[in-house]
Design a binder for this molecule. Structure first.
Ligand code: NAD
Ligand code: MG
Length: 296
């Protein structure tokens, strides 16, 4: 991506078909073909988040990794959370944050554990010396052909990961967040146009939209903004770790008006915008980055 030239959005980034591939969840981004583009070689900062302190959940890979890299290059110190299995992807992100001259903090652990959510927030706050950006991006997605095949333990874990962890993390963070802080959640195009095979997932994304809008109203008088990003189909580990019915992976993203999947790098800008003072008059909003799929 060349920022200064006029580029055709239908031709940007990887397009065409994807090779069939599968990993057990949560997967490793470095084992994907092609490896997702999280802006490692392209994102250029311009001091928009100088001196800020960010906690990014899911920051080892995919969309959150793109946000973490961009935050560091915009001048923020960044703590990332991920599952212990993802340590090697997380180490790569730590190196990129440090190359940007910022402090990187790795906090592995499971967000379905309320006690861990509090420990994570307290560690980030203490070791970064404050906290003013919460980018809550971690999530899980498992596809099943029918509701009849959907196991209750997957349903429960999906809600705990995608929804309950937000309550636990925000409750723990509120005492630390100053006026001017920004909370960013991660919804999905699935909240607006649910696929039948994602019945455990899409309702969590509607819940996140409602959570975001309601929390924004509560926190507006405290000077804390709360917004959400609703991505369309983005090439990330989540999609090759049971997030799609296997046979669908090769055509991933071709149902969009741009007829291609997005890359995580294409989300970095909106996570930076919503964290920065550029969005000082924005709260309670859901920002679609979907290749043209509707988010209303
Ligand atoms: P990803 O696999 O790179 O990121 C998901 C991350 O969630 C993992 O890296 C993992 O660290 C974290 N995670 C999952 N379960 C966890 C748990 N119990 N405890 C701690 N961390 C846990 O995939 P991604 O697509 O970048 O996903 C990021 C977010 O974007 C998710 O919320 C997902 O629902 C959302 N999203 C993705 C797409 C897409 O097409 N990829 C579309 C819409 C929304
Ligand atoms: Mg990961």
């Amino acid at each position: 991506m060349v920022y200064t030239s006029v580029e055709d959005p239908t031709k940007e980034y990887t397009s065409g078909t994807y090779p069939k591939q599968e990993q057990p969840a949560p997967g490793l981004q470095k084992r994907m073909t092609p490896v997702p583009d999280c802006g490692e070689k392209t994102y250029k900062g311009s001091g928009k988040l100088l001196g800020r302190k960010a906690l990014v959940t899911g920051g080892d890979s995919g969309i959150a990794r793109a946000a973490a890299i961009a935050y560091a290059r915009e001048g923020a110190d960044v703590a990332i959370n991920y599952l212990p299995y993802e340590q090697s992807d997380a180490e790569d992100v730590k190196a990129l944050i440090e190359e940007a001259g910022r402090k990187a903090l790795l906090i592995p652990g499971d967000l379905t554990d309320e006690g861990f959510c509090k420990e994570m927030v307290d560690r980030a706050n203490q070791e970064l010396g404050g906290l003013d950006i919460l980018a809550l991006v971690a999530g899980m997605q498992q596809a099943y052909k029918s509701i009849a095949e959907l196991p209750t333990n997957v349903l429960r874990k999906t809600f705990e990961t995608n929804v309950f962890s937000l309550y636990w993390t925000v409750k723990a963070a509120l005492p630390h967040l100053p006026k001017g802080a920004s909370i960013i959640t991660t919804s999905s195009v699935q909240a607006f146009s649910p696929s039948p095979e994602l019945l455990s997932y899409s309702p969590t994304k509607s819940a996140i939209s409602a959570f975001t809008k309601g929390l924004a109203k509560e926190l507006a008088p405290k000077g804390i903004r709360v917004n959400s990003v609703a991505p369309g189909p983005i090439w990330t580990p989540l999609q090759v770790c049971g997030g799609q019915i296997k046979s669908d992976i090769s055509k991933f993203g071709q149902n969009t008006p741009f007829k291609r999947a997005g890359q995580p790098a294409e989300l970095a800008g909106v996570y930076v915008y919503l964290a920065s003072n550029d969005s000082s008059y924005v709260t309670g909003q859901i920002y679609g980055v979907t290749g043209g799929l509707p988010t209303a």
